[in-house]
Design a protein around this ligand. Sequence first.
Ligand SMILES: NC(=O)c1ccc[n+]([C@@H]2O[C@H](COP(=O)([O-])OP(=O)(O)OC[C@H]3O[C@@H](n4cnc5c(N)ncnc54)[C@H](O)[C@@H]3O)[C@@H](O)[C@H]2O)c1
Length: 370
Amino acid sequence: MIIGLVKEIKPQESRVGLTPNGVAAYNAAGHRVLVEAHAGEGSGFSDDEYRKAGGEIFDSAKAVWDASQMIVKVKEPIAPEYPFLREDMILYTYLHLAADKPLTEALLKAKTKGVAYETITDEYNGLPCLTPMSQIAGRMAVAQGAKYLETTYGGRGMLLAGVSGVEKGKVVILGGGTVGTEACKIAAGLGAEVTIMDVNLRRLAVLDDLFGSRVQTLYSTPENIRISIAEADVVVGAVLIPGKKAPCLITRPDLALMKKGSVLVDVAVDQGGCFETTRATTHENPVFIENGIVHYCVANMPGAVARTSTLALTNATLAPGLKIANQGLESVTAKDRHLANGVNTYKGHCTFAGVAEAFGIPYVPVAELI
Ligand SMILES: NC(=O)c1ccc[n+]([C@@H]2O[C@H](COP(=O)([O-])OP(=O)(O)OC[C@H]3O[C@@H](n4cnc5c(N)ncnc54)[C@H](O)[C@@H]3O)[C@@H](O)[C@H]2O)c1
């Protein structure tokens, strides 16, 4: 199969769909990989590294799109990329279609086979291509919280780790899934006092086993949240109710309970956020202060660590991508229900129920089309 790797053109996106190692893996399996010049530069990968891995460097994005049977990307195509979509093409990338009607329409109109990383499942009921980004965001969340606690940024001038003879900082994490667990590791590792809250008792039991006496687990109720945030220096919002808007767990009046200069990090901002005062921010301008509380609400946190994110993304997407390239999308979809779950659009039909429901369009299971 001819695989295409293009430079991401979404603002502030420095990740790229494949590392040179990923290109080498496709190449070793007998596929050609066309690479747009400078595609990997934002992640620190040169054209020369791609060339050595067997990639063929093309000068323009159009040339790569036009000559490829499967495009491997990071972000969903944006409007200038819509004209490149074709019927005989597989688009393998994050799509997030339920939040993007124009792209859904463009994919359906072009009859492109759209495979979304975020809906591919695994045998553990997980989302293997989404998990690495949650791990990164979770690990970053505490580092960002620690940074914005500094006085310069309007924080309360508190070192999370404390120092001999001085108390440590307190971190409260709302949601004990992937983001919450990774945030917990970093916060506990720094030596902060950590409380992690969830409504899922099984998750709390797992966290208890994982962290033992180093971390306090607590059932998430509005009252427990209010009591905990009054003590907190950093609060991390890491909740998710799949397919729904994040629940609002800290209201504007609740901010009055908190210490001035404490920091809220709302990782769940991409699902609407779990604090009433959340509004999405960017890496250029990551924080704002509301009622004396510093808010960090960057919706694409992994974008700030493009190299790590590109490496982690390729680790997760390479095996399913190789399966598609080696066996063909139709054949692998018929055999592998987890990969079939990734197919969101196919030959002009919407093949993902959640997307069809979001836009009131017909849903056709992909199994009926192949
Ligand atoms: N901002 C970013 O750059 C970025 C990056 C990655 C992920 N995210 C987002 O982070 C959020 C969390 O992702 P995840 O992978 O950890 O999800 P997850 O499903 O692994 O974990 C979510 C947890 O929230 C818990 N939860 C639900 N309602 C709760 C409540 N009322 N109180 C406490 N806990 C509650 C669930 O039981 C679950 O354990 C998602 O919205 C995800 O999209 C954001």
